[in-house]
Design a protein around this ligand. Sequence first.
Ligand SMILES: [Mg+2]
Length: 171
Amino acid sequence: MLKNFLPNEHVTNVFEIRPEELVERGIKGIITDLDNTLVAWDVKEATPEIVQWFKLLDEYDIKVTITSNNKEERVSVFSQPLDTSFIYSARKPLSHAFKKAQKQMNLKKDEIVVVGDQLLTDVLGGNFAGFHTILVVPVVETDGFFTRVNRKVERRILNWMRRKGKITWEE
Ligand SMILES: [Mg+2]
């Protein structure tokens, strides 16, 4: 059961996910979380670094769908200036939004990576839906209320993985 929470990869931040490497691996699309993955959960707009990263992804013809459990306003205000597709109220870890994003991008499962900062929503959901998953360290330590509850569960899973030697990064 716990192996469903195990990401295929982990990175410190999304900027370690390099478009040229994705292309080499045959990746043509990213389904990414928003809050604490791209920017801090309470930051409304993309930072210059994120704008640059999206530009680079576009240059490499990598499609992106921002897929968030957050509300329409939050997700659209962030996504529209980036000119990127988005799905709000995604209800991750349920598979529906992941499948919808895949369909919209018109790509095969193995051409897509799922990126996010939470094991209980992004990684679990991405794994269940059959995608390659990349866990990022949260942009900030604070969270909204429900995420704080999830984090407590997550901490136990991460500790278990660390004991088993399944993950190696330090916090
Ligand atoms: Mg998140």
